[in-house]
Design a protein around this ligand. Structure first.
Ligand code: SF4
Ligand code: SF4
Ligand code: SF4
Ligand code: FES
Length: 268
């Protein structure tokens, strides 16, 4: 029997065995905030934004790493759950610049989205001081560690999707940061500039140079090689200003190489 039934917030939902609680909730249209979760990557369970209450289970398990089981009774919006989520986000914000209006990720940022969802409007913890230098060495994108929430989505992307392993989380505590081998600049690392980590970063920490929002998109196929990756050209004022990999279909599932991601505007 491959099907299971569980209750989420009093709603009976059917699921496939092997799905996580988060996947079941999302399939049923029930929102659970997340930050370190990425549907393209293995479950990680670090940010604790997706905690839920499960009747008969101790503590508050993370929905992104907890397998759904038959008969499970889940609550996604309880005072205890919201307290943990709010504290997690407040700690992230304490270590984060408050200049959303001038951030290229403004209105597309997942940290903004979860803070708004949780109703966080005040700075409860003392702000950490000191700015980290921005790594602008890569010709196509910047790494601004001041905007980083240490979700490791970039690290896991570089490992699980790209298979390069150019970056990792290095050092501990307040010193913790995304780093290359020997803490070199990205340009001096083994990074192949595919930009996959940029796509998977939830904040403005990894961001294309000259990031702007297109006014419309045109679907086409990358002209560089015979693989035929699906792409969307982002158009603004008659110019191509961005490229997005096509997730639908089986050819590239959203991924692109450096030529497709950053070289199209020069080619056309
Ligand atoms: S990364 Fe998000 S929260 Fe941080 S400044 Fe940019 S828009 Fe605001
Ligand atoms: S651009 Fe590609 S190779 Fe470089 S760090 Fe990001 S995912 Fe890894
Ligand atoms: S750079 Fe982005 S993806 Fe990487 S750990 Fe920081 S916030 Fe997460
Ligand atoms: S999304 Fe589940 S722990 Fe981060």
């Amino acid at each position: 029997m491959d099907k299971i039934k569980l209750a989420i917030n009093g709603q009976e939902v059917e699921a496939r065995r092997g799905m996580t609680v988060l996947e079941v909730a999302e399939a049923a249209g029930i929102y659970i905030p997340t930050l370190c979760h990425d549907p393209d990557l293995e479950p990680y369970g670090a940010c604790r934004l997706c905690v839920v209450e499960v009747e008969g289970m101790r503590g508050l398990p993370t929905a992104c790493t907890t397998p759904a089981t038959d008969g499970m009774v889940v609550h996604t919006e309880t005072p205890a759950v919201n307290k943990v989520r709010c504290t997690a986000v407040e700690l992230l914000i304490a270590d984060h610049p408050s200049d959303c209006l001038t951030c290229p990720k403004n209105q597309q940022c997942e940290l903004q989205k979860v803070a708004a969802y949780l109703g966080i409007t005040q700075q409860r913890f003392r702000k950490a001081t000191g700015l980290l230098p921005v790594d602008t060495s890569n010709p196509f994108f910047n790494l601004d560690r001041n905007m980083c929430i240490l979700c490791a989505r970039c690290v896991r992307t570089c490992d699980e999707i790209t298979g390069v392993g150019a970056i990792d989380l290095a050092f501990r505590g307040y010193e913790s940061k995304v780093s290359t081998f020997n803490d070199n600049l990205l340009l001096d690392s083994i990074c192949v500039s595919c930009g996959e980590c940029v796509v998977h970063c939830p904040t403005g920490a990894l961001i294309p140079k000259d990031a702007r929002q297109p006014t419309r998109e045109v679907e086409t196929i990358c002209p560089y090689c015979g693989v035929g990756c699906g792409i969307y050209l982002g158009i603004r004022d008659g110019q191509i200003i961005s490229i997005r990999g096509k997730r639908e279909g089986t050819v590239n599932k959203g991924s692109l190489c450096v030529k497709g991601r950053f070289g199209i505007a020069e080619y056309i």
